[in-house]
Design a protein around this ligand. Sequence first.
Ligand code: KG4
Ligand code: ZN
Length: 356
Amino acid sequence: MSASHQRSISEPSYRILGLESSCDETSAAVVENGKLILSNVVASQATLHAQFGGVFPEVASRQHLLAFPWVIEQALKEAHLDLANVDAIAVTRGPGLPGSLVVGVNFAKGLAMIGGKPLIGVHHLEAHLYSIELSGDGGTGSQMSFPAIGLIVSGGHTELVLIQDHLRYTPLGATLDDAAGEAFDKVARLLNLPYPGGPSIQAVSSNGNPQAFSFPRAWLEGTWNFSFSGLKTAVLREVKKLQRYRSVLPVENLAASFQAAVVDILVGKTLQAAKQFEGRCILVVGGVSANRALREAFLQQSELPVLIPPPHLCTDNAAMTAAIGYYRYAAGQRDELDMDVLANWPLSALSNPLDV
Ligand code: KG4
Ligand code: ZN
């Protein structure tokens, strides 16, 4: 009997339908056993928000409402499944924009009710961590080895986490002001580059000199915290100074020098933490982990395995929601239909269903 045949007899297979709407992507996905992507449909609102230079919350919630019916239908269709064939519905409960979260949670409740399926509310940052396990659709299918050090870098968060085991975390530090992605978005606006700022800065940086400007690095020694607002202000000051005597800004050099400062801090602090806590691997997840310079720096400088999802699984998607939904479903988590969103849900407040 083949190994795969033995597995299908001895281990149950769970398919989770995940929904994600914490910010400006409307997404639905079906994932098997927390790993294999059967479908992952993402409708991005980025072009809609580009005209405002950032996410406009009311526009985002209205757009989620319009997009979800098609996105969910498409996710089931691409997975060749009906609602009846999925085992549970996982949905991002927080943190995120309250109005956007409410739309996803209500669609999930509707599906749970119609299909008679368990409902599982998941933490968006925990979902980002589990994006490294996804396989199929370009996923790395990586296995975490514990203890692991997780760096979560997105538009709303920059957090360093010690991961002791599946579903067990100790947050080590976080940004004291702007998130790394927020800094990319704000500096892009200063340089008149389009939203979202991360990909725009990455693109122009490839023609720039990262040593052209010496921007400050806030190391915040003795803590695992980060700070990016001083760096952003330093870029602003440099731009104002240059504008006094130059009609054209050296955008490529400014962008590359800013990006190099962010990369130095993120890589430096994460490697220090990995050493101190004797990590066996490093996870780098969230929208900013799509950054090429950051990925290259981690891979060059780390002696430990660095697990980073492919760029399209770094930014928000429901496959990662379904992946963590599987772990929580398997651990016994079930939520009630009166479950509310938690827009400011800290990772430290996450309960472990195995402890209950
Ligand atoms: O994880 P994500 O899709 O949404 C949140 O949960 O916030 O992250 C979005 C953030 C944005 O700030 C965007 O500018 C940044 O990720 N981002 C990048 C890149 N791609 C997206 N930052 C740097 N380089 C990139 N290539
Ligand atoms: Zn995210």
